[in-house]
Design a protein around this ligand. Structure first.
Ligand code: DAT
Ligand code: MG
Length: 137
């Protein structure tokens, strides 16, 4: 077996649109386990560390500003190959083209959408998951 833990964030758009429950429902329905959860209003310092791989990119500032715009729900999720599995549940980065059936594909909205408003974050590798879980929990 390959039981892993991953960090999922329900971003400010997900929290403000009351989608936290729907997102957690999809995670639990898949068979993953909720290990820890908290509501966070992250500092810029935390966000800078979280998104350090994107520093200097054109979307970095709007992304961090968006992530500071309201509370975030941080979830520690466990399960068999959950890192890859949650990325699959979430769908690709841009909600406009994310596949139907995914969180971003089903729940992302196209009216005035910005790409950073894509509802969720999920760690992308075991190394990222370990690093990010230590930052947020
Ligand atoms: P993901 O969240 O799918 O892992 P990422 O790590 O490449 O995507 O980027 C982090 C976030 O930055 C992403 O969720 C939304 C935003 N973003 C990425 N590419 C973007 C772009 N080309 N324009 C605007 N925002 C972007
Ligand atoms: Mg990423």
């Amino acid at each position: 077996t390959d039981i892993q833990e991953t960090l999922v964030l329900v971003k400010p758009d997900g929290v403000s649109r009351n989608l936290t429950g729907e997102i957690l429902r999809r995670i639990e329905a898949k068979g993953y386990q909720l290990v820890d959860v908290k509501l966070v209003e992250p500092s810029r310092e935390l966000l800078a560390k979280h998104y350090e791989e994107h520093q200097g990119k054109p979307f970095y500032e709007p992304l961090v500003e968006f992530m500071e715009s309201g509370p975030i729900v941080a979830l520690r999720i466990a399960g068999e190959r959950v890192i890859e599995g949650f990325r699959s549940l979430a769908g690709t980065t841009d909600p406009t083209t994310a596949a139907p059936g995914t969180i971003r594909g089903d729940l992302g909205r196209d009216w005035g959408l910005k790409v950073q408003q894509n509802l969720v974050h999920g760690s992308d590798s075991p190394e990222s998951a370990e690093r990010e879980l230590a930052l947020w929990f």
